[in-house]
Design a protein around this ligand. Structure first.
Ligand code: PEP
Ligand code: MG
Length: 594
């Protein structure tokens, strides 16, 4: 068996067991069948099929090649960089190469249908490149495959799509969207594999919300269609066509997790407090339409972060006030009287809306969160009206502003909020102005807490973005994922400073980034003195278990030790050593099996 970071499709097609390594997106393990979300591009998944009408099949191929050329030409706009222009031109030349067309036509004339004739021709050419000693030429195999997939797109892709999602679907994509995840019937989605992104990418956040294991950064996805896969979301690996031994290992891990879960259940209904009685509220992050389910989790004391992007992402236009109203009413009603913190729309970065295209070189440094809302008062107004109206009769709404870098942004949005509130009251809606908070997720915000505190009621620290901006590591880029760690001592120092500043302003502080759901970090966050932690449902019991078994003085002492370490690996070792008696597994940062 081979263990590889990248594997050529050919190896996958030989049906041999292979273990691919990526990164953990969400813990958990699953066995299922791979389904490519964009199946029209899965050239390798095309089945054999005989044709009798060879002439029309040849025409179909010529037509598909013409369409692929036209498609590329249509994209050759002035907006393309010179590299993209050159690549696009090279692709057109390859498509117009008579030799390629002649080889596919020859296979069709032998009776094969066009998609499979294309598959074999492309595979033969890719192999020829792949065997070359020169690294540059070897990498051209990828270009040839991309070319083949482009042509395939125009060859009746629906004819090669499997009719439905299998019982145990492991959804695979280059850059999966919320919509693609939503397409799989809930009970069938058992795992997610993404070619791009890391543990804090939006797709990983959605995986956590859905409670399915996810592996990120698996480069070779094209050959995974229809394969039997075991995904290990703890270690970030994918076993293709697992052997009997690998299946047995998987079964053992599943059994072990079940045993661990029983132990975790013991804290479910205990008060959320340290062993010496210091309360820390445990809240839920809601990212999808799973509020009803989340509200039934008895350990969830409220919603610390409701990412409102979901109702915007599942439509092909902005949702109306009434559509948002009904969505928010459901969440507020499901949790009342527990508090629900709704974040205003935070699109941009890795959360674009298909109907609101943003063309930016650096999306994470660009038009995001409140920056968009300030320039589009209509979007803000519709959303706030819907939130305020939804809160009538419940009174548990709190509003959170994301991606704030200037005090003036808070001032402006609060003014608008009050005005919207007054307008609604004037026409007879019994709305009240809810508490307003700011996310501290940009380094600039860290240094303005005293002035922001004069305007807001609470703070919530978005460690996913804060870490990305402090460490200068794109949270989506698997290439630099090894540099991204929320337990980096620099992040801990920043958190310490933020919490101290907020405390001195007598405001409450919560953490709602992924670190809040990492039980390894729990003692450190208790040591910081936060009021609440907000996380996905799957993390509530592991975090609560550590909380209930930790004393505040010990947590403060551990925090001091962690602050003195020189890198994240040392902090992790310290925490793993500390939590070992509780049964925190060594093999992964997010595995917790007491
Ligand atoms: C964060 O940045 O930590 C956060 C909670 O927001 P998001 O992950 O949605 O950007
Ligand atoms: Mg954020």
């Amino acid at each position: 068996m081979q263990t590889l970071a990248y594997v050529d499709d050919t190896v996958l097609h030989q049906g041999q067991p292979v273990r691919l390594t990526g990164q953990s997106g969400n813990g958990g393990m699953a066995l299922g069948q791979g389904v490519l979300a964009d199946r029209s591009a899965a050239l390798s998944a095309v089945p054999d099929r005989q044709v009798s009408d060879v002439r029309s099949e040849c025409d179909r191929l010529r037509q598909a090649i013409r369409q692929a050329v036209q498609e590329l030409q249509a994209h050759q706009t002035a907006d393309l960089s010179s590299i993209e222009q050159a690549l696009s031109e090279a692709m057109i030349l390859m498509l117009q190469d008579d030799a390629l067309q002649a080889q596919v036509l020859a296979r069709i004339r032998q009776g094969q249908w066009a998609p499979a004739a294309l598959r074999d021709t492309i595979e033969a050419q890719a192999q020829a490149f792949y065997q070359m000693p020169d690294q540059y030429l070897r990498e051209r195999a990828t270009d040839v495959r991309e070319l083949g997939q482009r042509i395939l797109k125009h060859l009746q892709p629906e004819a090669i799509c499997p009719a439905a999602y299998p019982e145990q679907t492991i959804l695979i994509g280059a850059d999966l969207s919320a919509l693609q995840l939503a397409e799989v019937p809930g009970e069938r989605l058992t795992g997610i594999i993404s070619a791009s992104g890391t543990a804090t990418s939006h797709v990983a956040i959605l995986a956590r919300a859905m409670g399915v294991p996810a592996v990120m950064g698996i480069a070779s996805i094209a050959g995974l269609q229809g394969r039997t896969l075991i995904i290990d979301g703890y270690q970030g690996s994918v076993s293709v066509e697992p052997t009997a031994a690998m299946r047995a290992e998987y079964q053992q891990a599943v059994t072990q997790a079940q045993v661990g879960y029983t132990t975790l259940e013991t804290v479910r209904d205990q008060p959320a407090q340290t062993a010496d009685g210091v309360p820390v509220a445990l809240h839920l992050n809601i990212d999808l339409d799973n509020a009803q389910q989340g509200a039934q989790h008895t350990a969830a004391m409220g919603v610390g972060l409701y990412r409102t992007e979901w109702p915007f992402m599942v439509r092909d236009r902005f949702p109306s006030e009434e559509e948002q109203l009904s969505c928010y009413q459901q969440v507020l009603a499901a949790f009342a009287p527990r508090p629900v913190t709704m974040r205003t729309l935070d699109i941009g970065g890795d959360k674009p809306l298909p109907y609101f295209p943003l063309q930016e070189q650096n999306p994470f440094l660009g038009w995001r969160g409140v920056r968009i809302l300030l320039q589009h008062p209509d979007i803000f107004k519709t959303q706030i009206r819907a939130m305020l109206r939804a809160d009538i009769g419940h009174g548990n709404l709190r509003i959170l502003l994301p991606m704030v870098t200037q005090v003036s942004e808070v001032t402006e949005l609060k003014q608008r909020l009050h005005q919207i509130c007054a307008e609604l009251c004037a026409v007879g809606h019994a709305v009240t102005c809810p508490p307003v908070g700011v996310m501290i997720e940009v380094p600039a915000a860290m240094y303005q807490i005293d002035r922001m505190a004069q305007q807001v009621d609470f703070f919530s620290i978005g460690t996913n973005d804060l870490a990305q901006y402090l460490l200068a590591v794109d949270r989506n880029n698997p290439q630099v994922a090894g540099l991204y760690d929320e337990l980096h001592p620099a992040i801990l120092h920043a958190l310490h400073q933020i919490v101290t500043s907020i405390r001195s302003q007598h405001k409450s502080v919560s953490i709602c980034g992924a670190v809040a759901g990492d039980p390894l970090a729990t003692p450190l966050l208790i040591g910081l003195g936060v009021d609440s932690l907000s996380m996905s449902a799957g993390s509530l019991l592991p975090v609560k278990y550590v909380l209930c078994h930790t004393c505040r003085a010990d947590a403060q002492d551990l925090l001091q030790q962690a602050l003195a370490q020189s890198d994240a690996a040392q902090v992790r070792r310290l925490m793993q050593h500390t939590l070992q008696p509780y049964g925190l597994a060594e093999r992964d940062r997010s595995t917790f099996q007491p």
